[in-house]
Write a protein that binds this ligand. Structure first.
Ligand code: COA
Ligand code: AMP
Length: 631
């Protein structure tokens, strides 16, 4: 039996012993009564009875155990020409003080705090300060518009919102504060106060009696101690796209999360305490939560917060500059970032300027890594390039090549094998398990391991209905795929209407809801089509109401703007068209899969159930008019 097989079998044969052993690496105020609590199955909880604090494990523990003067966080911001380092002691001092600021504004254990911020160090401090108080943070990605922020404010009902005056996208200043003001105006729930970081690039107008300046508040703040919380108490809510405009509030607990992430740093990423670990993502996404903030700090690493892009800040050598300047050991990003670099510097000439001797491994996730990009990265970097599959819901990898256990042979296009704790199966329509090589629904047998989501925020029913009801005893991932003869998993596509655009998870259903609100639109469809840089981008089709005389170009411009205003620029919704009709089955189901194949220039068969095959020619012509399939 290989080392990996041994560890994997142990994790499934005796999960309680496996995770209890991993939990010895965590600092608890009180140990658990039960490792796995199955008394309310299929709702499972890990480490019931235990008491801990996430911020203690991320900061105080290291300050008390010899890492006080080690760098904890490097803020590297090419867009403001700034590099700033914080030791564990400095980060702890700032976090304790900001916890004091929040406490002074009434935030206590269990209260929610929404964080809507660009990639600045205050965002990390705000997250850790919430954890310190036992308050529940909900970070909202900066590329979302006011409406999306309002939906999240209404669901999370925060006491305080922490934000900043602006973000910087390469050279453009994006004022955040007006978006926050608008969101609060739209939301039914009103936070008591907002703490605002005033950035020199664009100062925000403050609302008297509600808004407080970060620096002023910090000036007079009393540091706050760590508040003990139950291992099963929520640490954060992270909203992610569902099939409708109402996002799902993924909940993460405290205890299981520390155990799983600390274990993953060593066993999946093979990153040792003291090494520099860089996740080039955004704190608004799960990758940012798990591997910019929590995982590396639990493990005593130095983590990097990078406010820049892979290209354009200033050139496609940006990642190599950061790796060499900060002696990065492990980089984690999305394949789209590498496609962007490859597009601008296919020969990798920018690499020649930098010393990458510290660099050990590249991990990619967020979307399937196409073999071309993986091969290119391997060739230019000369280190292992690992595709790994995970979701906001799971919080850490479902499948990976666990470099800390055993480096398994790489199969390009596959995120390798299920990681310890994840019992992945492929099921058919009727719920029966399929044979090796057969395509079906990818599920994970319950219980999910620690660190995964125990529920959706205040929506236990929705959690059950969405994820646990379709295949009893299993978590439905909404990804389809196969497991091959060697046990390698191949993730093929989503089974719902979620698309991945530049590593960002988006709901086409939510975009359709926006289009349907246009006064001239009778019916619409949005689908993801292939894109050589972003993986997929959304494309919209609108059928107009009878009698609408308005110029089609105008309507297209308006719906594009509506998606930008309602969902945000991150939707990358730039292509839409007016069509006379949509292709449907006789029972009225829109034939999206066929439309997608036409847009991607792939072979398709006309479905026998189609209402009128001639519509497909009309769709083909309309798509050609907007450049699909690309030549
Ligand atoms: N705040 C405000 N606006 C933002 C934003 C933020 N935090 N993040 C992105 N946007 C805007 C962008 O400026 C862009 O606006 P535009 O339409 O006016 O140009 C739009 O949202 C789309 O952004 P994106 O899809 O990221 O495209 P891009 O052209 O700016 O960059 C890449 C393309 C590939 C370089 C970039 O997406 C990237 O680095 N991706 C890495 C992926 C990643 O971090 N994934 C997270 C999971 S690991
Ligand atoms: P998110 O919740 O934003 O992390 O998106 C999760 C979804 O992204 C998954 O359900 C997959 O569809 C896709 N995904 C993430 N990583 C991978 C990967 N390595 N291979 C294939 N698909 C992936």
């Amino acid at each position: 039996m290989s080392r990996f097989d041994e560890v994997y079998s142990k994790s499934l044969n005796d999960p309680q012993a496996f995770w209890a052993e991993a939990a010895e690496d965590v600092s608890w105020f009180q140990r658990w009564d039960k490792v796995l609590d199955d008394s309310d199955a299929p709702f499972y909880r890990w480490f019931t009875g235990a008491v801990c604090n996430t911020c203690y494990n991320a900061l105080d523990y290291h300050v008390e155990h010899g890492r006080a003067d080690q760098t904890a966080l490097i803020y590297d911001s090419p867009v403001t020409d700034t590099v700033k380092s914080f030791t564990y002691r400095e980060l702890l001092d700032l976090t304790a003080r900001f916890a004091g600021v929040l406490a002074a504004r009434g935030v206590a254990k269990g209260d929610r705090v929404v964080i809507y911020m660009p990639m600045i160090s205050e965002a990390v401090i705000a997250m850790l300060a919430c954890a310190r108080l036992g308050a529940v943070h909900s970070v909202v990605f900066g590329g979302f518009a006011a409406h999306e922020l309002a939906v999240r404010i209404d669901d999370a009902t925060p006491k305080v919102v922490v934000s900043a005056s602006c973000g910087i996208e390469v050279t453009r200043i994006i004022p955040y504060k007006p978006l926050l003001d608008k969101a609060i105006e739209l939301a039914g729930h009103k936070p008591d106060s907002c703490v605002i970081v005033q950035r020199p690039q664009e100062e925000a107008t403050m609302v008297g009696g509600r808004d407080v300046d970060w620096n002023e508040a910090m000036g007079s703040a009393e540091p706050h101690e760590c508040v003990p919380v139950a291992a099963t108490d929520p640490l954060y809510i992270l909203y992610t796209s569902g099939t409708t405009g109402q996002p799902k509030g993924v909940v993460r607990d405290n205890g299981g999360h520390i155990v799983a992430l600390k274990w993953s740093m060593k066993n999946i990423y093979n990153s040792r305490p003291g090494e520099v670990y860089w996740a080039a993502s955004d704190i608004g996404w799960v990758v940012g939560h798990s591997y910019i903030v929590y995982g590396p700090l639990f493990n005593g690493n130095t983590t990097i917060l990078y406010e820049g892009k892979p290209v354009g800040t200033p050139d496609p050598g940006a990642f190599w500059r950061v790796i060499s300047q900060h002696k990065v050991g492990t980089l984690f990003t999305a394949p789209t970032a590498f496609r962007a670099i490859k597009k601008e510097d296919p020969e990798g000439t920018h690499l020649e300027k930098y010393d990458l001797s510290s660099f050990k491994a590249l991990f990619l996730a967020g979307e399937r890594c196409d073999p071309d990009t993986l091969t290119w990265a391997e060739q230019i970097l000369g280190v292992p390039v690992i595709d790994h599959w995970w979701q906001t819901e799971t919080g850490w990898a479902i499948c990976a090549n666990c470099l800390g256990i055993e480096h398994l042979p790489v199969k390009k296009g596959s995120p390798t094998r299920p990681v310890p704790g994840m019992d992945v199966r492929v099921l058919g329509e009727d719920g029966s398990e399929l044979k090796a090589g057969e395509l079906g629904a990818l599920v994970i047998k319950l219980p999910l391991p620690p660190g995964t989501f125990p529920t959706l925020w205040r929506a236990k029913e929705r959690f059950f209905e969405a994820y646990l009801s379709r295949y009893p005893g299993c978590y439905q991932t909404f990804d389809a795929g196969v497991i091959d003869e060697d046990g390698y998993v191949h993730v093929m596509s989503r089974t719902d209407d979620i698309i991945n655009t530049a590593g960002h998870r988006l709901s086409t259903g939510a975009m359709e809801e926006v289009l349907a609100n246009h006064p001239d639109v009778a019916e619409c469809a949005v689908m993801g089509v292939s894109d050589s840089l972003k993986g997929q981008v959304p494309v919209g089709f609108c059928v107009l109401k009878a009698g609408v005389e308005k110029d089609h170009g105008e309507i297209v411009k308006e719906v594009i703007q509506m998606v930008r205003d309602e969902i945000g620029p991150v939707a990358s919704f730039k292509t839409a068209m007016v069509v006379d009709r949509l292709p449907k089955t006789r029972s009225g189901k829109i034939l999206r899969a066929v439309m997608r194949k036409i847009a991607d220039g792939k072979e398709y068969t006309v479905p026998p159930t189609i209402d009128d095959p001639a519509i497909l020619d009309e769709i083909e012509t309309a798509l050609k008019g907007v450049g699909y399939p690309p030549s």
